[in-house]
Design a protein around this ligand. Structure first.
Ligand SMILES: *[C@@H]1O[C@H](CO)[C@@H](O)[C@H](O)[C@H]1NC(C)=O
Ligand SMILES: *[C@@H]1O[C@H](CO)[C@@H](O)[C@H](O)[C@H]1NC(C)=O
Ligand SMILES: *[C@@H]1O[C@H](CO)[C@@H](O)[C@H](O)[C@H]1NC(C)=O
Ligand SMILES: *[C@@H]1O[C@H](CO)[C@@H](O)[C@H](O)[C@H]1NC(C)=O
Ligand SMILES: *[C@@H]1O[C@H](CO)[C@@H](O)[C@H](O)[C@H]1NC(C)=O
Ligand SMILES: *[C@@H]1O[C@H](CO)[C@@H](O)[C@H](O)[C@H]1NC(C)=O
Ligand SMILES: *[C@@H]1O[C@H](CO)[C@@H](O)[C@H](O)[C@H]1NC(C)=O
Length: 919
């Protein structure tokens, strides 16, 4: 059963680990083989299976004495040299109780070193179990030397199938040999039809188990070479007075005669499985079975690969076993049974407790209602059935009243369902209306409520109908309340919609509805199942159901819920509100990101499986809930499985990680958390968060202490890093800006000439846009040269046909820098009038720097320096300070008329040179 699987697995792993760690030194002791285990008397169980290093002999142990071996498994090795060194290879195995010589090529032919003779088994006086199966060269027949086994005086179980090749002519049971085995209790043997079991069996009162093992012949197509009984006649079992368990498996039995079992008075179990030609029809021999028989197994009496009509179990068939008043169990697996005659239920022995009818072809039909006649039936296994609707039901209009056709064939109804379903998918308005969606009601399958009350066998406790292609919704229906049903296994049966409620199941404790593709559950489906303890509903599509419906409201006895693999990403906060007795909650393999439902009331919780979800952290409430649970009780652990989640290894989550570390196994705490990975999210540059494997507490400790160190310096570090960064950036940007301040301004203003006219006034720069040079000469001067420039210099230059720009042209209020820069940009030549003044004015500075930028931009000098009242080039921009010599010109401040004329000629020439220079 899959219920305990994760738990068992982990248990096994724990056991496995502890075993290997203890077993390791033992392992080597048994070299060249492997010690499997040792018992309290220090006897070893040695495993030499398929060992290639034995050179056809028994192993020679270096560290242990043969007498210390309790069981020896030699299967799959070839003992072709068994007696190469000694005639008595087993002599020192004085304590050997179990010897497995399966498929070891031991040989009964003369003069071979693998030959077994009367001396070979010397020393095996205590041997209880001997397996010599699958040794075709070792035929044990009536002609075999009877001394071979005479040493085995304690043998209880002899396994010797696939030994007697039937076509070779050896066709009888080895009576002389078996005479020696007075102690024998169980034998597995080949089957023959020519000779019956001999009279030696009359003197073997302790031989109670005979297993004719045609099912174990390998390869399977050789089965009829070793097991072929064909006809069981009245004599075949005549001497088996003492046999209790008789199995004749896959042995080609075709007929069983009328009185075949007349002498087998002790028979309690008869297994006739896999005799494919026997069929369910010709079983007359069953009449002679003694009434004390308890178990009758007749699986696969029809050939699985043959195309045949399905079988009906008729009343006449059941009559054959009617007299067996002790019959407790009947198995009819794999028999293509489609139906059981309803009258047959009347004569089924009342003692029947367990009916197994798996892998048949049952159809849903009325006969099922008669199953309740089996008064003592406790267990019914009907899994792997293709539950088709019986044809007769469809035609049977008299007994079965269909509901009105339109009601269930209404397309608008179907559409409504579809719409509301997708609606609830898209937005969460579903919470608002509690009206449940109905399961689709098919015309053919739907059985309206109250029409039929199902009667089930009154003592039936266990019902398994799993792996059956039922494919119907579970509707609201009534089961007669006189029932004992405790367990229902209905997994893997395409029960895709659970409408219910199913009434009358007041004893039920365990339900398995896993893997049914179910997405729709009525909120009341489980309400009438008050005693429910275990619920397996994993592998469905219940994510919407658990998000919006409180389906477990009445199930306060629940101890185990498996909701794994249901695509759950959200759980209704009240879903588990009444589960005070819950011990085991499995929510693994879903899409949960947070655990926000409260669990504090689950005081008995032992395992909370949240593995394989998308959980990043654990809330404070959840942690204190867990701690609250363990602190309120004594010595009971609570395990929370967080493996394969995306727990974050970050400073924000450090307190959670520390908390998990504290509760990581091994821990003194009763709360145990398991975690296998955490994700580092700090290193954003690497794209996806990096998973870190955590295999042990040490790993966990390492991660936590790393984070502790990292995060301790993290906050101050972060702040100082940011401050430092800002500071450095400032300095760098400041430096860059300072270094290129004029270039930046230049480009800013020259580039930024997009102003439109304001109130009809077109700014200078706006008009500059239309021609490259608006001015011939730009005059830069200081305040003290103001008068000279405006009254003397400019009129003279205008007279010489230059278009001149002077600072005083700038209207008050215009952005100075902007206008200056663009004016320089639009002037062919800039003339600096060097006076004695301070040269500190803004206009001067801007002009000086921008001229420099402009001439860099044009790739040629554009400036002239005119000494008006000064000898100094101080406060010229750096570029201009190294002007070519001929870029300086002296104004004759108090000169004669000729000097003025000469000066302006010179000036004109210099301007012309600048204008005409191209680089
Ligand atoms: C094994 O023990 C037996 C007695 O128990 C002894 O006679 C025999 O010599 C021992 N064999 C080896 C190989 O020590
Ligand atoms: C010996 O090994 C075979 C092959 O694995 C196995 O089937 C058999 O059960 C083993 N026998 C014993 C006695 O353990
Ligand atoms: C028997 O052993 C041989 C080799 O020793 C191997 O090939 C064969 O598969 C074995 N048969 C069975 C049934 O284990
Ligand atoms: C078997 O033993 C004989 C001597 O008794 C030896 O000559 C032969 O080599 C052995 N065979 C093998 C395969 O070890
Ligand atoms: C058994 O012995 C006979 C006779 O020595 C030999 O022919 C045969 O090959 C042997 N079989 C095996 C499996 O060793
Ligand atoms: C048969 O079994 C009984 C009880 O287990 C026992 O007392 C008796 O000795 C056995 N008979 C033989 C021949 O081993
Ligand atoms: C479908 O059902 C509605 C009422 O539920 C009814 O009014 C309508 O006529 C039905 N449509 C058909 C096609 O039967």
């Amino acid at each position: 059963m899959a219920i305990l699987k994760p738990y068992k697995l982990s248990l096994l792993m724990i056991l496995g680990f502890s075993m290997t760690s203890v077993a390791e030194p033992i392992d080597e002791m048994c070299s060249p083989c492997v010690c499997v285990s040792s018992d309290e008397r220090a006897l070893y169980n040695v495993d030499c299976r398929f060992n290639k290093n034995l050179e056809g002999r028994l192993p020679e142990f270096k560290d242990i004495n043969e007498s210390k071996i309790r069981s020896l498994n030699m299967s799959g090795t070839s003992l072709y040299n068994l007696k190469n060194q000694t005639q008595t290879p087993f002599e020192f195995y004085s304590n050997l109780q179990e010897l497995d010589l399966f498929n070891t090529s031991i040989n009964l032919s003369k003069n071979n070193s693998a030959t077994v003779n009367s001396e070979t088994f010397k020393g095996l006086e205590k041997l209880a179990v001997l397996n010599i199966a699958h040794n075709e060269q070792f035929p044990v027949t009536s002609e075999t030397d009877s001394n071979v086994f005479k040493r085995l005086t304690s043998l209880k179980k002899l396994i010797m199938y696939q030994i007697n090749l039937i076509p070779s002519g050896n066709m009888s049971y080895p009576s002389q040999i078996l005479r020696y085995f007075l102690t024998l209790e169980e034998i597995w043997i080949d089957g023959f039809s020519v000779l019956p079991f001999g009279t030696e069996f009359l003197s073997m009162p302790n031989l109670t188990v005979i297993r004719i093992s045609g099912d174990l012949i390998r390869p399977i197509w050789q089965d009829q070479d070793f097991c072929y009984m064909q006809n069981i006649n009245d004599n075949t079992f005549a001497n088996l007075l003492f046999v209790r368990n008789l199995s004749i498996l896959n042995c080609g039995v075709k007929t069983i005669s009328r009185y075949a079992f007349i002498n087998t008075k002790s028979l309690r179990m008869l297994d006739l499985s896999m005799n494919y030609e026997l069929g369910l029809g010709e079983l007359d021999g069953l009449r002679s079975l003694n009434s004390g028989l308890e178990v009758l197994i007749m699986d696969s009496l029809t050939h699985p690969n043959k195309l045949e009509c399905p079988n009906r179990i008729m009343k006449s068939t059941v009559e054959l076993i009617k007299h067996i008043t002790a019959l407790k169990m009947v198995s009819l697996d794999y028999n293509k049974i489609s139906e059981i005659d309803k009258d047959a239920f009347e004569i089924i022995p009342e003692s029947l407790e367990h009916l197994r009818v798996r892998r048949n072809k049952f159809e849903l039909g009325y006969y099922l209602l008669y199953a309740s006649r089996m008064k003592n039936l406790r267990k019914l296994e009907a899994s792997f059935t293709h539950m088709d609707l019986q044809f007769s039901v469809l035609n049977d209009n008299l007994e079965f009243k269909h509901p009105q056709m339109y009601q269930y064939n209404n397309i608008t109804l179907a559409h409504k369902n579809v719409n509301s379903l997708s609606l609830s998918n898209e937005n969460n308005s579903y919470i608002g209306h509690h009206k449940d969606l109905d399961c689709p009601k098919s015309l053919l399958y739907f059985i309206p409520t109250v029409v039929i009350t199902a009667f089930i066998p009154p003592k039936l406790e266990y019902l398994d109908i799993s792996h059956s292609k039922i494919g119907f919704p579970i509707y609201d229906f009534y089961i007669d309340s006189n029932n004992s049903l405790k367990t229902v296994i209905a997994s893997n049966s395409l029960l895709y919609c659970w409408d219910g409620p199913v009434h009358g199941l007041h004893n039920i404790e365990m339900i398995d509805l896993s893997n049914n593709f179910c997405s729709n559950v009525n909120e009341n489906f489980f309400t009438s199942i008050l005693k429910l303890k275990r619920l397996h509903i994993q592998r469905n599509y219940l994510h919407l159901v658990v998000a919006y419906k409180k389906i477990f409201q009445s199930n306060s006895e629940l101890e185990y819920i498996d909701l794994s693999i249901n695509r759950i990403n959200n759980i209704h906060p009240q879903l588990f509100k009444h589960q005070n007795k819950l011990k085991w909650l499995n929510l693994s393999m879903n899409n949960l990101m947070v655990v926000d439902y409260t669990i504090s009331h689950m005081q008995l919780l032992r395992v909370l499986n949240l593995s394989d979800n998308h959980i990043t952290t654990l809330s404070k409430e959840f942690r204190s809930d867990l701690e609250g649970i363990v602190s309120s009780r004594n010595k009971i652990t609570l395990t929370v499985d967080l493996t394969n989640n995306v727990i974050s290894c970050s400073c924000d989550n450090l307190d959670v990680l520390e908390w998990i570390l504290e509760h990581t196994y091994p821990t003194s705490s009763l709360l145990i958390l398991k975690m296998t990975t955490c994700y580092y999210t700090h290193n954003i540059s690497s794209g996806l968060p990096l998973p870190v494997l955590i295999r042990s507490k040490a790993d966990m400790y390492f991660q936590v202490s790393f984070l502790q160190k990292f995060c301790l310096s993290y906050t101050p570090l972060l702040i100082s890093m940011v401050v430092l960064l800002i500071f450095i950036m400032n300095v760098i940007i400041g430096a860059i800006i300072h270094r290129f301040r004029w270039k930046i301004r230049y480009w800013y203003y020259v580039g930024n000439n997009k102003e439109a006219s304001v109130n009809g006034y077109t700014s200078i720069e706006a008009s500059l846009r239309f021609q490259r040079f608006k001015y011939d000469i730009y005059l830069a001067y200081e305040e003290d040269a103001h008068e000279f420039v405006l009254e003397t210099l400019r009129p003279k230059l205008v007279e010489l046909d230059y278009v001149v720009f002077v600072h005083d042209d700038i209207l008050e209020g215009l952005p100075l820098c902007n206008v200056l820069t663009k004016s320089i940009h639009a002037s062919r030549v800039v003339v600096f009038v060097l006076s004695n003044g301070s040269r500190e004015s803004l206009e001067w500075k801007i002009a000086a720097h921008m001229t420099n930028e402009e001439s860099n931009h044009r790739g040629k000098p554009i400036a002239l320096a005119m000494f008006y009242d000064s000898n100094s080039t101080r406060a010229l921009p750096e570029g201009l300070q190294v002007l070519r010599r001929d870029a300086f010109i002296d104004y004759p401040a108090n000169g004669s008329e000729d000097e003025y004329t000469a000066f302006f000629e010179d000036f004109k020439a210099k301007v012309k040179i600048i204008m005409n220079t191209t680089f």
